[in-house]
Every structure is written in structure tokens, then in C-alpha cells.
Design a protein around this ligand. Structure first.
Ligand code: NOJ
Length: 703
């Protein structure tokens, strides 16, 4: 089968002119002024944003499929009738908007993230889109960076688990199925290391950190069969990712065996001139192509210059053919040669179904993280009158978060309405639009819920901040409300970890809701009033203040860690070193006890089992995310103080216990050494079964 496809692709390439080959590598944006003759001539291999709001085409779903079909028809009028692959940013849902990726990561539930991706695939393909620029797999250790919202947080293990589940959700087992979407792992690689959290800035990443922290989610995506990758904007270690031959070719194709294609990010080929490694567009195009970058997004630099570069002997036909072959291979795999058009009638069946909405609600419930719950204030029960206030009380589309081109405000119940509906009989819920009104009304209620945080437009691409505090005015509002002494719940909406140190101390209960998607209001109602219990965990460290970042749990010990004596230990004079709350942290409405840690063998040979009893000691049912961490005590390179190696969901009734067991294999302990080799080193290890990255039952073993 593969052989037959390869030979039919080679046959097609044999028939292609130089111009047609270069056309396949070209991906313009489908702006209203796009010249249709370019499609008829075979000068376009892919279109970006070919449907929906961004083209100014309005909001009709079936219209979207019609628009895609219209472009496809033009492409099929070309001499060799090669279909387009139409791409779009379907990032956390299409019309059914799921929580932002960072929030989905907080669910620690890869299966659920995979199901969300498969809903997005069904909806997007019903609109004629066959390729999404997701998942974003960038590890982020600096929440000043706005794009932290789009990724899975700081941990490579969690990131890799999510990567593979999401890729399978989008692509399924058969990319040619009408409801499956080609995925694109982005931004390859190191984009999250932008200095100062400033998007597009350069970064420095050592080889071991690149290999062991930044690359694993991408490797997992490739192992899961991802069709495409996107190169990052970043200049990493002096080589812009779009021209990094070692990473795009040696690692990706050579080491990992990736056979799909790589697309640039928006104009990132031309930007090689700005980076200062290319003297002009033609030079930039050659550098990118020869590095292994197959498709040029938007800037038209491949289209405009590769022909002449070939005539001048600066690039070879083999290089061009290889890029074309990779693109045609994915088009084949996606079934586009057999089924280039979308059935417009699918939209009415496949978009925004009740099942999709229910899944979005479940995802939102599982993504919210309970950070504090003094005196078990949550769930709110037995209160006669509750006041709700804050900038999010009427939120609708604000619940979506960044990158939601296809979400619609009319699909969202306003937050106040959702909360009113969720309140139990006999509870009056009051809403106050302004802080002054809220402070007046607060005297007459039994409890206050403040719904605060950052607007989605303060999060996402190039929405970087230098200050991680709540947006202006909100801290003062919390101060004044807290001073009244009413039971106080704080719900924080955000696309990043915010430094809420003062508010965490002031409020009795704090729920981190992120940007939870179109069912966010219903999900919040479920949690606040106890129809559901929180189970989310922080997928990224919560700093005490901006000055602590970058801060992440899997840091190195240093020569002078906190555990040593003396004044000259690693510290700030004006802040504790520890974060506000660590990676993996999250509470629920019951409590869990960890006992009886057992490590099956004193020495790991091949693999061993680590297990513990988890008991629900509280009065309610709940879900505990049980985490496995290890520390390699001595290595030829310094090793992280902890690394996540596993997690499981334990759903337990009140009083119920279960034994949670993890298998740890020798290869799970491998790391990249100074000479670039990867392997395990004999010695002692600590191991924890833990509720978060700072606590837990500790055991040990040797390798
Ligand atoms: C630029 C962004 O960096 C990338 O994530 C996105 O997929 C492309 N634009 C296409 O819109």
C-alpha cells in the first residue's frame, strides 16, 4: 500500500514542471484579494484560513464548506489536478470551544484532551478544513509569555502524554476518514524559551535541556504519527528554528523517522533576513529549504525565488522533489486525492452537537483547579444570599480564551445566567456590576464570590506582560471586599499563572478557572454549588511574584540549595524561594491520605513497581490525581530535583481506598549527557508517590 502510494507520488512528481513543484510548497493566506489564477496554475499547495470569519465570509457553517469546496474546485482545474490541503488554527475546539490548552493540561487527563481534539476534528472537517495548526507543544517556564495559554505547561512528561493523545484525537487511525484532521505539532522547537517572556525573542537552550525538556512532546507527537510540524519563530542558540538543519532534518527525519512535512510559521522564512542569517529573500528560501522546511507560510518567498535559485544551480531538483514528495504524501494519506470536497450537509449534523457541548463542560469541570478551601467554604451550601461580582460576571466570549476564530458569542450562556441557574433552590444570587455597588451590597449577603482575572485579549500570541499581578484595580477590589469579613470565594480567569499571593491569603476559597471555553459557566456552576468536585492540578508552577520567574518544579538542586545551612544559600532577600503553589497542586472537596509506599525491588533491573494506598478520608466522593516522581541522586550531569514519570486518576467514594501502582522502566530514567548521548547511569534514586511535586511518600531504589 505504502509502496503503491510512493510510486504514484513519484509518478506525479515526474510529470510536474518546476513551477508546479514550487507551487506545492507555497501556502498563501486566503485573503479576499487572492488571485484565483494562482490556484488554476497549480501555484498553491495549501491555503490558510480558507473559510469562516477571517476571510470576511460570514458565519454560515455550510458556507464554510462551500468556500473550501470553491477553492478546491479551482485547484482541481490545474493541469495535474493536485488537491489543496486547507489549513486553519483550530486550537482548542472549533465551534465547540473547549478550555484553553493550558487548562486542558490541568485536567491531567490525556484521554479527555484526545476526545476534545476529535470533536474539533469532526467540526473543522465539516467546514472543509483538513489541517489544523495544533497541538502547540511548547514547554513554557515563563508565564510572562502570552502563549503559555496555548501549550500544556512546564512538564515534558505531561506534555508528551497530551501530545500523543491529542494527535490521535485529531488524526485517528485513518487520516483519510472524512472527520479526521491532519495535526501540526508546533512550534518546533524551543519557542517557549523566548527571553524575558517576550514573544519572538531569541533564547538559549543547552543540548541536554533541549533533548530532555523541550523535545519530548514533539517526539511523542511524531511517534503518534503526526502528519506535519511547524517551525518556530525563535532564534535558538543563534540558529533560527526555520533554518535549523540539525533539528529539522537530522533529529526529526534522521533520528525520529518523521515522513510528513514541515511548514514555516507565518512569514518566518522571510524573517531569516531580519534574523541576519540571510542576505535577501532568495537566500532565506534556500536556507530554509535546505534545512528541511517544506512549505512556506504566507510570505510567498519560496514561490518568488526558488525557481531562479534552481536555474542558478543553488538548489537541486532532488531537494525540491523531496519537499514536494513529503507534502503529496500527507495529501494522499489525508485522502484528498480521492475525496477533495466536503459534504456541506455535514455541518448541520456534526457541529455543536449536545454531546460536544457536554464534553466541553466535562473538560471545563476537570480543568479548574481548587487552590484553597478554608473551612470547606466550597461548595457553597446553606447560604441564603450570595453576591457575585467582578469583571467576569457577564462573561460570554470572554470565557473562550485566546485563538478561537470559530467560536460564537451566541453559543455561550452569560456567566451570571449560568451561575443563577446552578444555584440551589432557596439561594438568592445577586450580581453587582461595579466594585462600589458590590461593596455596598456585600453588607447584606452571607457570602461573596468574586469572578476576576485577565481578559483573553491579554493572553495568547504576543500578549506578554511584565507584571503577573491581577490586572489593574482588581487587587484593590479584593482588598476592600476582604476587609468586610464575609466568607469570600475568588474565581480567577486567566490564560497564564498569575501571581495572586495576596489574594490567596485574603480569600477563604480560590478556584483557578483559566479560560474555560463555551461551557465554562455551567462548569463553574457545577463546581461552586457542588454538582461536581474539582480535580484539576496545576500544569505549571504558580509564582509568588513576577520576579521569581522563570520558576519550575524540575529545576536543578544547585550547590547551595535551601536544605543546606548558612546565609549564602540560593534565595531572594525580599521573597521566599519556593513558589506560591507547586506544579501538580490542586485540592478537592474531600481529602486523601497516602500510606504504605512500596517499591517492589531494591534494585531496578528492567523495571519495578512503585505502589501506595490512597484513601478518601473525607465526607464526599472525589478524584485524586496520583503522581509519580523520581530523582536521580547522582549523575554525570546535574539532575532535576524531581521529574514526573507517571500519573493516574483515582476516583474514590468517601472512606474508600485503592492501591495505585506504577511501573518504572529503566528507559524512563535515561537522560542526555554532556557528550550528547542518552542513557541511564547506575546509582541511587528517590521515588515519590505524591499529590504534587513538593510532597508525597518517598522511597528509594538503585539502578
Ligand atoms: C502564527 C502563529 O505563531 C502560529 O501559531 C499560527 O499557527 C500561525 N500564525 C497561523 O495562523
Amino acid at each position: 500500500m505504502q509502496q503503491a502510494t510512493d510510486s504514484s507520488i513519484n509518478e506525479l512528481i515526474y510529470q510536474m514542471t518546476l513551477e508546479e513543484k514550487i507551487g506545492q510548497l507555497n501556502q498563501p493566506n486566503a485573503s479576499p484579494d487572492l488571485n484565483p489564477d494562482l490556484l488554476r496554475q497549480g501555484s498553491i499547495g495549501s491555503l490558510l484560513n480558507a473559510s469562516g470569519a477571517l476571510t470576511g465570509q460570514g458565519f454560515s457553517d455550510s458556507g464554510n464548506a462551500d468556500i473550501s469546496n470553491h477553492f478546491q474546485k479551482l485547484a482541481l482545474e490545474s493541469r495535474l489536478k493536485i488537491p489543496l490541503i486547507i489549513g486553519r488554527d483550530v486550537i482548542h475546539g472549533f465551534r465547540t470551544v473547549f478550555p484553553i490548552p493550558l487548562a486542558q493540561a490541568a485536567a491531567f487527563n490525556p484521554d479527555l484532551a484526545g476526545e476534545a481534539a476529535s470533536v474539533a476534528a469532526r467540526e473543522a472537517t465539516a467546514s472543509g478544513i483538513k489541517w489544523t495548526f495544533a497541538p502547540m507543544l511548547d514547554i513554557a517556564r515563563d508565564p510572562r509569555w502570552g502563549r503559555v495559554a496555548e501549550g500544556n505547561g512546564e512538564d515534558p512528561f505531561l506534555g508528551a502524554q497530551l501530545a500523543s493523545a491529542i494527535v490521535k484525537g485529531y488524526q485517528g487511525d485513518n487520516l483519510a476518514a472524512p472527520d479526521k484532521l491532519v495535526a501540526c505539532a508546533k512550534h518546533y522547537v524551543g519557542y517557549g524559551a523566548a527571553e524575558g517572556g517576550r514573544d519572538y525573542e531569541n533564547g538559549e537552550i543547552s543540548e541536554p535541556t533541549l533533548r530532555d525538556v523541550y523535545l519530548p512532546p514533539f517526539h511523542a507527537a511524531v511517534k503518534a504519527g503526526i502528519g506535519t510540524l511547524m517551525s518556530a519563530f525563535i532564534d535558538m542558540n543563534g540558529i533560527p528554528a526555520t533554518a535549523n538543519r540539525r533539528l529539522l532534518t537530522n533529529v526529526l527525519r534522521g533520528e525520529w523517522g518523521f515522513d510528513g512535512f514541515v511548514v514555516s510559521d507565518w512569514e518566518s522564512v522571510r524573517e531569516l533576513t531580519h534574523h541576519g542569517i540571510a542576505e535577501d529573500d532568495a537566500h532565506a528560501a534556500r536556507l530554509a529549504l535546505q534545512a528541511g522546511l517544506d512549505m512556506d507560510m504566507v510570505d510567498g518567498v519560496y514561490l518568488d525565488t526558488l525557481g531562479e535559485s534552481f536555474q542558478q544551480g543553488k538548489i537541486s531538483m532532488e531537494e525540491l522533489d523531496e519537499a514536494v514528495r513529503r507534502i503529496l504524501r500527507i495529501k494522499h494519506r489525508a485522502g484528498l486525492f480521492d475525496q477533495p470536497f466536503t459534504d456541506p450537509s455535514r455541518a448541520s449534523r456534526d457541529i455543536l452537537t449536545p454531546e460536544a457541548r457536554a464534553l466541553a463542560r466535562q473538560a471545563a469541570v476537570q480543568s479548574m483547579v481548587l487552590l484553597k478551601n478554608e473551612h470547606q467554604l466550597l461548595p457553597l451550601q446553606g447560604f441564603h444570599r450570595i453576591l457575585m461580582a467582578g469583571n467576569f460576571i457577564h462573561a460570554r466570549a470572554e470565557l473562550f480564551g485566546t485563538w478561537t476564530a470559530d467560536g460564537r458569542v451566541e453559543d455561550v450562556t452569560p456567566l451570571d445566567e449560568s451561575l443563577r441557574q446552578a444555584a440551589p433552590q432557596g439561594t438568592e444570587v445577586w450580581f453587582a456590576d461595579t466594585p462600589d455597588l458590590a461593596l455596598n451590597l456585600a453588607h447584606h449577603v452571607d457570602a461573596v464570590v468574586l469572578l476576576l482575572g485577565e481578559h483573553p485579549s491579554r493572553s495568547g500570541e504576543n500578549c506578554n506582560v511584565s507584571d503577573l499581578s491581577l490586572p489593574p484595580g482588581q487587587a484593590e477590589f479584593v482588598d476592600r471586599m476582604a476587609a468586610l469579613g464575609k466568607p469570600l470565594v475568588l474565581v480567577v480567569f486567566a490564560g497564564r499563572p498569575l501571581a495572586i499571593t495576596r489574594q490567596l491569603a485574603q480569600a477563604d476559597a480560590v478556584l483557578y478557572a483559566w479560560h474555560p471555553g463555551l461551557e465554562g459557566g455551567a462548569a463553574l456552576g457545577d463546581l461552586i454549588f457542588g454538582q461536581a468536585s474539582p480535580s484539576g492540578r496545576l500544569p505549571i508552577t504558580l509564582p509568588r511574584a513576577t520576579g521569581q520567574v522563570p520558576i519550575y518544579y524540575n529545576h536543578k538542586n544547585s550547590g547551595r540549595p535551601l536544605t543546606t545551612d548558612g546565609q549564602f544559600r540560593t534565595r531572594y532577600l525580599d521573597l521566599p524561594t519556593a513558589p506560591l503553589l507547586p506544579f501538580g497542586y490542586g485540592l478537592t472537596y474531600t481529602q486523601f491520605e497516602y500510606t504504605n509506599l512500596k517499591v517492589s525491588h531494591a534494585t531496578l533491573r528492567g523495571s519495578l513497581e512503585v505502589s501506595a494506598d490512597i484513601t478518601n478520608t473525607g465526607a464526599r466522593a472525589g478524584v485524586e490525581i496520583v503522581q509519580l516522581y523520581v530523582r536521580d541522586l547522582i549523575g554525570s550531569l546535574t539532575r532535576p530535583v524531581r521529574e514526573l514519570k507517571g500519573f493516574q486518576r483515582a476516583a474514590l467514594q468517601s472512606g474508600e481506598s485503592c492501591r495505585v501502582s506504577f511501573t518504572l522502566r529503566e528507559e524512563d530514567l535515561a537522560f542526555t549527557r554532556a557528550d550528547g548521548t542518552c542513557g541511564v547511569e547506575p546509582g541511587s534514586f528517590h521515588v515519590w508517590i505524591a499529590p504534587d511535586s513538593q510532597r508525597g511518600l518517598q522511597g528509594e531504589f538503585r539502578l
